[in-house]
Design a protein around this ligand. Structure first.
Ligand code: AMP
Ligand code: MG
Length: 331
């Protein structure tokens, strides 16, 4: 067995065959294990054990009405947790799995109600990460896993982020290094009459529309009808401690405004820092969120984030910044 550290009683496993098997043993005994996926770190429990799933809510301080995503190791395992599989689901699984797309489907009656917070549906996805897949296979059960952060905080993209918030509250963390995608999976509801995006994420709406050959709706935060179908969306709070102001508009003008705002706040004694736009307006979501996390830990009064013209997953990153912002100013 490779060297294993213990931080406040939480084991930090390097990724290896033996440690994955040991972590799977903890899961089978009702334990909580955080593991890497391509999007963010997940906090996993045996999805077939109601008591283990309930512990996820305790460890995170997660509101009881917010359902979890079930992670499977192969498309066949989906049948264990769902009641039916529409053709669209098979098509999207074929096209995007393993990958950052969670599908909301009618749930199997055998699944403990805790997993989907009492709803008649369940969200399910197959992650594209060898450590995640190895853990689910070794456990022999699907894993219910939300992001491995305390409720309301930024999703972790490194093992140390998980330990900062959950050491002493969970059995183990499997360290798989930084997550490559760095932003959460897209949640697509296929349980209704028409497909609906409940949470924007790493797979874009355009990609999904192309794959299905039809228009797809988006549940927007605050839109009346969306509240009942997108649990958790309406109770979104900022994941940051430090207030963040987002400055949008054409590049030249927003840069000028950022300069003026920074100087103005500094004159008034504010400790303020600028978070520049990601190069090219896309990807590097993980790097951007890691900088944000670093800034949020520092003794700052204000973060000024620079907006950008989003491309690809940049659209989701910008959406998250908008959600976190206390103010959005257009230059
Ligand atoms: P997290 O894993 O913490 O990033 O959160 C999971 C997201 O998936 C939340 O936004 C949930 O509202 C959403 N979700 C999970 N299961 C369902 C479901 N059965 N119906 C609708 N949304 C779901
Ligand atoms: Mg989360």
């Amino acid at each position: 067995m490779p060297k294993v550290l213990s931080i406040n009683g939480t084991l930090l496993f390097p990724p290896a065959r033996k440690t994955i098997v040991a972590a799977a043993g903890l899961i089978r005994r009702g334990g909580l294990v955080a593991f890497p996926t391509e999007t963010v770190y997940g906090l996993g429990a045996d999805a077939t054990a109601g008591r283990a799933v309930a512990r996820i809510f305790e460890a995170k301080g997660r509101p009881p009405g917010k359902p979890l995503i079930v992670h499977v190791a192969d498309p066949g395992q989906v049948r264990q947790v769902t009641a039916s599989l529409p053709g669209e689901a098979l098509e999207l699984m074929h096209r995007f799995w393993p990958g950052p797309l969670s599908l909301v489907l009618p749930r199997s009656a055998e699944l403990p109600p805790e997993v989907s917070a009492g709803l008649s549906t369940v969200a399910v996805r197959m992650p594209a990460h060898p450590v995640a897949l190895g853990l689910i296979r070794a456990a022999g059960v699907p894993l219910a896993a939300p992001s491995a952060n305390r409720s309301g905080r930024l999703s972790p993209t490194e093992a140390r982020h998980v330990l900062e918030e959950l050491a002493g509250r969970i059995e183990a963390v499997l360290d798989g290094g930084p997550c490559t995608v760095g932003v959460e999976s897209t949640v697509l509801d296929l349980s209704g009459a028409r497909p609906l995006i409940l949470r924007s994420g790493a797979i874009t709406r355009t990609q999904l529309e192309k794959a299905l050959g039809t228009e797809i709706g988006c549940a927007v935060k605050g839109a009346g009808g969306a509240l009942s179908v997108a649990p958790g969306l309406h109770c979104h709070r900022s994941f940051l401690r430090t207030p963040l102001i987002l400055v949008t508009g054409p590049r030249k003008r927003r840069r000028a405004l950022l300069g003026a705002l920074t100087a103005g706040y500094r004159r008034r004694g504010f400790r303020v820092v600028v978070l520049p736009a990601p190069p090219g307006g896309r990807l590097l979501a993980g790097a951007l969120f890691a900088s944000l996390r670093r800034l949020d830990r520092g003794a700052l009064d204000l973060i000024l984030a620079e907006g950008f013209s989003p491309r690809g997953v940049g659209e989701t990153v910008l959406h998250r910044l908008r959600q976190a912002a206390v103010r959005i100013i257009k230059a």
